[in-house]
Ligand binder design. Structure first.
Ligand code: BG6
Length: 369
């Protein structure tokens, strides 16, 4: 059933272009139109939403962190993202105008379920993003947008994560469309870009051999750090989580701008630091700042692994290892930038002799609080 792959994880990583295409199927088309009739919350209600709160755990929480950028940009509605396990214990402010988005691959995570129950008790509308038909979280929600990743067997989430991102973009774009923000043209362009994105992920997958080689060469390390900013920050957090889950290594993700406020003290000779670089187009100020960060850590001895868009020449002099990803609109970059981090963690864990599908101490779906 592994279809010739050594692990479910490798198989599921390889399935990502199809998972993305399946999640977009019937929802977007090449002309830039978005149809999401399955979101059964009436458009009149969606127009009144004045706050979005995303709740999720683990990898799904990282999808939520990225969703915040998309939702706030395209809809201009304030968005909070909270770990589901913390949510109901802090007396969150919720009412009928709050839209809660609960993200869960399994649809059975107890922390997320308890958060959404609490939200509904306060009168909030709940939209689930879920990969498992008929599971508890979508059943208890007002509406559901299914990700069509297919069954995910490996405990550490890969294809479900990318499809959660797609679903989050769809929700953000749909809310923007329904509410008619000033980003109408941009929304149409991004819908078109999304319909081409699975090809970009395929392209990344075809160029992963150097990443695998690098991972094997770092198998003896104790620590790997990950840096990113803007949507690259949650990507860095996800890269670090994958390494913890699979390789049982100390791995941490940081916002690159925070480096100087503390984490830079960790940099020492030959410490691997993976940096997710934003596009030099678009938010180019951020690009320039992160290039300075790479220079700073390299001057202190870090071994830099730079994930950068094709054609970004500014990073070349400071990259000990350079991983290229296709150019995408800024907000969509996590779909391509996460893939090398998944491959990296999977290969490194394998080199350390770990069982990647069933990491120690973890369960695919945690049904206790
Ligand atoms: C964890 C899994 O316990 O639950 C993670 O090991 C997962 O991989 C998290 O991201 C959330 O699960 P779900 O099913 O709610 O997305």
């Amino acid at each position: 059933e592994k279809g010739g792959y050594a692990s479910f994880m490798l198989k599921e990583i390889a399935e990502q272009p199809k998972a993305i295409a399946d999640t977009l199927l019937g929802r977007v088309d090449g002309s830039g139109t978005l149809s999401l009739d399955e979101v059964r919350i009436p458009t009149a209600v969606l127009r009144e939403v004045d706050k979005v709160v995303v709740v999720a755990c683990g990898t799904a929480y990282h999808a939520g962190l990225i969703a915040k950028y998309a939702i706030e940009h395209w809809t201009r509605i304030p968005c909070e993202v909270e770990l589901a396990s913390e949510f109901r214990y802090r007396d969150p402010i919720l009412d009928q105008q709050t839209l809660v988005v609960a993200i869960s691959q399994s649809g059975e995570t107890m922390d997320t379920l308890m958060a959404l129950r609490h939200a509904r008790e306060q009168g909030a509308k709940v939209l689930a993003i879920c990969n498992t038909n008929g599971s508890t979280i979508p059943r208890e929600s007002d509406a559901v947008l299914y990700t069509h990743a297919g069954p995910e067997v490996a405990v550490a989430s890969t294809k479900a994560f990318l499809t959660q991102l797609v679903a989050c973009y769809l929700v953000a774009l749909y809310l923007g469309q329904v509410r008619g923000t000033k980003y109408g043209d941009e929304i149409r362009d991004v819908v078109r870009d999304l319909s081409r994105i699975s090809g970009a992920v395929e392209q990344v997958l075809e160029t992963m051999e150097p990443v695998r080689e690098l991972a094997r060469s770092l198998a003896h390390k104790d620590t790997v750090l990950f840096l990113g900013r803007h949507v690259g920050h949650p990507v860095a957090l996800e890269g670090a989580l994958k390494l913890k889950e699979l390789a049982y290594m100390h791995a941490e993700g940081f916002a690159a701008g925070e480096l100087k406020h503390g984490p830079i003290a960790l940099i020492e000779e030959d410490l691997p630091v993976v940096v997710v670089v934003p596009s030099p187009r678009g938010r180019s100020v951020l690009h320039d700042k992160i290039v300075s960060n790479i220079q700073e850590i390299r001057a202190r001895g870090a071994r830099t692994v730079v994930i950068a868009e094709e054609g970004d020449e500014a990073v070349v002099p400071y990259a000990d290892h350079l991983v290229r990803v296709p150019a995408t609109p800024t907000l969509l970059q996590p779909l391509v930038a996460t893939v090398p981090l998944q491959v990296f963690a999977c290969e490194l864990a394998t080199a350390r002799g770990n069982e990647v599908d069933q990491p120690r101490n973890l369960a695919k779906s945690v049904t206790v609080e």
